[in-house]
Design a protein around this ligand. Structure first.
Ligand code: UDP
Length: 293
């Protein structure tokens, strides 16, 4: 198959590109390098079946042309992470909502299968753990910008499912839980690269809040393996899927584990949420997927 990867120079996108090429598929990447980087895909340049363009998914004529050349679209391009949402709220909402609108519009004209990427953040403050795809989403108030990220992704999901229902466009919604692996950057707040950098440089390891909140991390190679299987499964069309790991770890245990593995003498520093994120960051206690679907 020929896959178009919007956001293909990002962390997950670049691993997906690699895995698709390894399986003999062709890959077309569009990325504006806002949070992605050429460093992530430089090793793929010149490989048979690999092409990339540096541009935005807001460039409608270009998206129309690229979609036309693909059999399947993995729409990964997005403003990601709680930190970026708080720092650049307008960009987050516009990129996430309008970008998806552009991709779905043009995929719909050609009837191409689209995987719309969402996030476990959409479950918000829900305590109904583990989270099932049909669980209620519990979001916070609009003056707290952190929620704009979850909400923009929920709109993407609604839009994708609306295209499926109304226009018969084949779509799959992939809700990714915390993903980790080589090339992930700590620049946008992601905890594991941050903790590793802190442990290796001897800086304090910054645990936000009490550190009792949990996350479940999945290796990016497992995530991309699941994605490639999903697009080859006709029964997946029109559905939402959690993609994650059921094994949870508290953030404090994670800090200790990384400190030990790095043989580091870094101290563990507890940072109140209000200091970690400017605009009223509230953390979710547990975030674990139900994978029974
Ligand atoms: N976190 C932390 N220290 C950091 C970065 C993150 O304690 O330097 C915490 C954060 O508050 C959250 C968890 O680690 O509880 C995961 O954060 P990340 O931004 O990686 O992912 P998300 O919050 O989107 O699950």
């Amino acid at each position: 198959m020929k896959a178009l990867l919007t956001g293909g120079a990002g962390f997950v996108g670049s691993h997906l590109a690699e895995a698709l090429l390894a399986q003999g598929h062709s890959v077309l990447v569009i990325d504006d390098l806002s949070t992605g980087s050429m460093d992530n895909i430089v090793h793929l340049k010149g490989r048979a079946g690999f092409e990339y363009v540096i541009d935005s998914v807001m460039n409608e004529p270009l998206v129309a042309e690229l979609v036309d050349r693909a059999d399947v679209v993995f729409h990964l391009a997005a403003a990601v992470g709680a930190k970026l949402t708080v720092e650049a709220p307008v960009r987050t909402i516009e990129t996430n909502v309008h970008g998806t609108e552009v991709v779905l519009t043009h995929a719909s004209k050609k009837g191409r299968l689209v995987v719309v990427f969402s996030t476990s953040e959409v479950y918000g403050k829900s305590t109904d753990v583990p989270f099932h795809e049909d669980s209620d989403l519990v979001l916070g108030p609009t003056p707290k910008h952190r929620w704009a990220y979850a909400c923009s992704k929920a709109i993407d999901e609604f839009l994708a499912l609306a295209y499926y229902r109304e226009k018969k466009l084949p779509v799959i919604v992939a809700r990714l839980f915390n993903t980790v692996g080589p090339r992930q950057t700590g620049r946008y707040g992601m905890v594991i690269p941050n903790f590793i950098r802190q442990a290796l440089t001897g800086e304090p390891i910054t645990v936000f809040g009490t550190g009792k909140q949990t996350r479940s991390f999945t290796d990016v190679s497992d995530v991309v393996g699941a994605l490639i299987k999903l697009v080859q499964e006709p029964r997946a069309v029109g559905q939402v899927f959690n993609i994650g790991n059921v094994e949870e770890i508290s953030i404090l245990d994670l800090a200790e584990r990384i400190r030990t593995m790095a043989s580091s003498r870094s101290e563990i520093e507890f940072v109140p949420y209000e200091k970690a994120y400017e605009a009223g960051f509230e953390d979710m206690a547990r975030r674990v997927p139900d994978l029974t679907k």
